[in-house]
Design a protein around this ligand. Sequence first.
Ligand code: GLN
Length: 197
Amino acid sequence: MTTIGVLALQGAVREHARAIEKCGAKALEVKSADDLQKIDGLILPGGESTTMRRLIDTYDMMKPLKRFISVDKPVFGTCAGLILLARKIEGSDDNHIGMMDIVVQRNSYGRQVNSFETSLEIKDVADDFPGVFIRAPHIVSVEEDVEILCEHDGRIVMARQGCMLGCAFHPELTDDSRVMAYFAKMVRASILARIKR
Ligand code: GLN
């Protein structure tokens, strides 16, 4: 059985777990480096990236997280999770996990539209996905080997680089499991690739 973990230090954990199980995988709340050994793929949820970073350091998880990604295990960052993955955060000299070749801007939607929902066209996923944005970041630019999967209003809001997937919105807050199904497929493919090796 495929097991997908959700980093459970802070943020929208339970909603992701529900979406994972809807896709036929087992969900595990990841609270320590040891938990990373038990999963085939990992979700970095939405929440507050600076708080999550502090907790990652407190629980000594930064190196184990980087190791998990460097052996090509799939990881999916949503909203704050996307910020954790980014190589560069605009206006900051610090990054967090920093392994995805993208530049992100935090809180890039102005005050009136702090939160909104809009229909998104996502490559290989859906023509009409309900995108829920909450104090969302967006991807300002991507390097060559990053594939842009979705743009909204001229801004990149979802992209993939190898085993890393990231989006600025919250698929777990809708009943639509197509984005999660896409990630679960990435995870299953990576298990198969590992067996063949
Ligand atoms: N604004 C948050 C941050 O910068 C992200 C918001 C979210 O995850 N919903 O970390």
